[in-house]
Design a protein around this ligand. Sequence first.
Ligand code: ATP
Ligand code: MG
Length: 403
Amino acid sequence: MSQVLLFTGKGGVGKTTLAAATAASLAANGRKALVVSTDPAHSLGDALDVRLGPSPSEVDSADGLFACQIDPRGLVDEAWGELRGHLRTVLAGAGVDELDAEELTVLPGVEDLLALTEVRRLATTGPWEVVVVDCGPTAETLRLLALPEAFAGYLERLFPTHRRVVRGLLAGVAGTGTVEKWDATADALSRLAERLDALRSMLVDPASCSVRLVLTPERVVAAETRRTLTALALQGVRVDGVVANRLVPSPGDASGDAAAWLRTRRQEQDAVLAELSGIGEIRTVDHRASEPVGVPALLEVAAQLYGDEEPLPDAAGAAGSLLEVSGGGRGLDARYSLRIALPLADDAEPDLARVGDELALTVDGRRRLIALPSLLKRCIVTGAEMDSGGVTVGFRPDPSLWR
Ligand SMILES: Nc1ncnc2c1ncn2[C@@H]1O[C@H](COP(=O)(O)OP(=O)(O)OP(=O)(O)O)[C@@H](O)[C@H]1O
Ligand SMILES: [Mg+2]
């Protein structure tokens, strides 16, 4: 399995440029690298200054660098198109109104999702050490990262695990032909569900997959960046770095209008970076006079971004886990605390609820169900405290469950 690096951030901040620069730099250091775009608005080819197709090809100007742009539309036609047709027939056969059937077979986000399953396929079957992914804008990507779970729920609703019940039902109302179609459809759906499960596992495995968040240092960005980091952490996705792109040069002691403009601009940008400093190290890239297009220019960007370091995620960072239990004591006097590591914005209002053996943590409308470790299942929540690095939940043994 290749190491997968996903570049994301708001529209136009430089995702494509930095993904391409990172991959070019990896290849220049002798790594077998593939850079893939899943963004339907393909600009990866423009950044690399080459024509790209849906399957990986070597970039002429860079040894060992491969690139491709996934065509989500084509994948949809291939994987979902036929399935959709079957589904509609089956649903209509089962007495579901034609219009409802239409509605049920429109799947939100299916394009993005299939593009990511294609990334996973390339990462698991290809010869690459690293697969760098140029994703769409943040909001989209977040939604997309949550999709495999949402999708599994959707399939579950639409096609209950009790397939045989549905099958029997169909046999009653429609002929054997429909039942056969149902079998084929149900098989195709379980294969799709398996692919999505595998995708989910890849996305939340910090050792093989991580996200790099790209931003430009502007006032509105700071709060939003924290929110994005929270949402990704809630989804169990590792963020291994934040890059601030397009930092204007400092004019030094120069005088004149242009220098004054630059000075003000740079001070504002530095203020935003200072505000963000709590989230950890932020790498920066200057706003260059000309657009970094083509491998040589991209390598210059990478040199500034990574210096002498390799642009690979820090192996040690993968160990930091979302959950940690500490505490102890004797019998009913024991006290435990569960630390949920989450970068939280100052105005964040996390909501915590115990639901059976799970904790439901909601921040900014995004919810994560956290399965409690078995020790804590037998405990009562005593309180919760929040700081900018996360939430700490206190527990004590539940006398009725503890002996
Ligand atoms: N550091 C930089 N200095 C100068 N120009 C830059 C820099 N980074 C990116 N650009 C230019 O800014 C434009 C937008 O960059 P890019 O396409 O990488 O952003 P993006 O986040 O992928 O955008 P989109 O959301 O549209 O996909 C491009 O023309 C690119 O060449
Ligand atoms: Mg782009």
